[in-house]
Design a binder for this molecule. Structure first.
Ligand SMILES: Cc1ncc(COP(=O)(O)O)c(C=O)c1O
Length: 415
């Protein structure tokens, strides 16, 4: 039945009560904190973000020019993003609504940059990426009229630099590497991609949407993080999402360019509109400033020490989960994931059936397609939660194996 706007409004407490009631029927908080159904939220810092969010409630970031507080928040966020990714002097950055918009904007910039350099070409500009690159590249290529060329992943689930290079020609507008790619949580060989980008003079975009606010701290904490950021000379743009592991509320990502002048290629100016000149950077017009304020508040509240602590706990959780899963007969981890994301499968039972059984108990394990496997994105889970997940998983695997159960569904990914 279609809902209608009530003829008369209700009291604040009635309205909020109804929302509270809806929320109470969602997955219980403890279970939802596993595998990102709800962001891992340590009340101590999440509340800071929510208070900042309230403070900037309705302000439009598009009008930052006349709202100094919003302009300052935006400058500070982009400065911090550029510092964390070791962007050189002269770099520039944009704030977007999320990973998909960052990827879209980078493709848009690379397309228009390519067009400017090939004014007489009627060819379709091309993006070359390992097929593990996020689906947002497919969506962006479709919307921007670009051709996306996908290469296969190797036995370690990484894109092959030689495959990428072999597809470069005069129509190449951009090559892409992920740090890490979402499906298996492994880094593409960005150093080799960068070397190709420099030698062949092509645009390299690094998709660090999921890893961008993990890797700088993981590297500082001594974990093995392959080179992926602007210290590599071929990296021209890089996306990193604040609404993932920087723990900002949903709706905010950063997109960094080695050269601030490149920002103009993801901007548009409309002239001759009766209202006057309309200029915007990125896809959106009006933009919410409340998520920016929340991100700003959380970044400043946690500081480097806070993120280092979270990342150490996140990697400890990952190590415990990987050890526990690898200890279950038949189960093994795919590749050597350097990030907080990893994938596992079994050679003795149907892992989709395991996921179905886990889901009935409230533990969501996302299913990936290639190969048939399950996916975990680690937050700084505590020991108690990890023990519960492993106990449930062991029991489900045992049952599925013993009874030879098969999943009747091929639902994978976000579907
Ligand atoms: C590597 C990577 N890129 C891009 C995205 C898309 O981000 P969003 O869902 O914020 O649009 C994701 C999301 O998980 C991701 O993991």
């Amino acid at each position: 039945m279609r809902a209608i706007l009530p003829a008369k409004g209700s009291e604040k407490e009635v309205v909020l009560g109804r929302l509270r009631d809806m929320r109470s029927r969602d997955v219980p908080t403890e279970l939802a904190k596993f595998n990102l159904l709800t962001p891992y939220a340590d009340d101590s810092f999440f509340d800071v973000g929510l208070q900042a969010l309230n403070m900037f409630g309705h302000e439009n970031a598009m009008l930052a020019r006349v709202i100094p507080s919003v302009a300052q928040v935006m400058k500070d966020i982009t400065d911090i993003a550029m510092s964390l990714q070791n962007a050189p002097d002269g770099a520039g950055a944009a704030i977007t609504a999320g990973g998909t918009e960052s990827i879209f904007s980078a493709c848009w910039a690379a397309r228009d940059y390519w067009r400017e350099r090939n004014p007489s070409s009627t060819a379709t500009p091309e993006v070359i990426a390992p097929n593990t690159a996020h689906a947002a590249f497919q969506k962006s290529a479709h919307l921007l009229g670009m051709k996306l060329i996908l290469t296969d992943f190797d036995e370690n689930f990484r894109g092959r630099a030689s495959d990428i290079e072999s597809r470069i020609d005069e129509n190449t507008a951009m090559i892409v590497g992920s740090a890490p790619a979402y499906p298996h949580g492994v880094f593409d060989p960005i150093e080799a991609f960068s070397e190709i980008a420099v030698r062949r003079n092509v645009w390299l975009h690094v998709d660090a949407c999921v890893g961008g606010y993990v890797s700088p701290f993981a590297e500082k904490a001594g974990f093995n993080i392959p080179p992926y950021d602007f210290r590599l000379p071929g990296v021209r743009s890089l996306s990193a999402d604040l609404h993932k592991h920087a723990y900002a509320p949903k709706g905010i990502s950063t997109l960094i360019y080695r050269d601030a002048a490149l920002l103009k290629y993801q901007s548009h100016t409309t002239e001759g509109w009766p209202y006057g000149v309309y200029r915007s950077t990125g896809f959106a017009g009006s933009r919410p400033s409340h998520v920016m304020a929340a991100a700003w508040a959380i970044l400043h509240h946690l500081g480097e020490a806070g993120y280092l602590d979270l990342v150490k706990r996140m990697y400890r959780a990952k190590a415990r989960l990987i050890d526990g899963i690898a200890g279950i007969p038949g189960m093994y981890i795919l590749g050597v994931p350097e990030s907080n994301v990893f994938t596992f499968t079994s050679d003795s039972c149907d892992v989709y059936a395991v996921a179905e059984m886990m889901e009935k108990q409230g533990w969501f394990l996302f299913r990936i397609l290639k190969p048939r496997a399950l996916h975990i994105q680690c937050d700084p889970f505590d020991d108690e939660m990890i023990d519960k997940v492993l106990t449930a998983l062991r029991a489900c695997v045992e049952r599925v194996t013993k009874d030879g159960l098969r999943s009747g569904s091929d639902k994978t990914g976000y579907r």
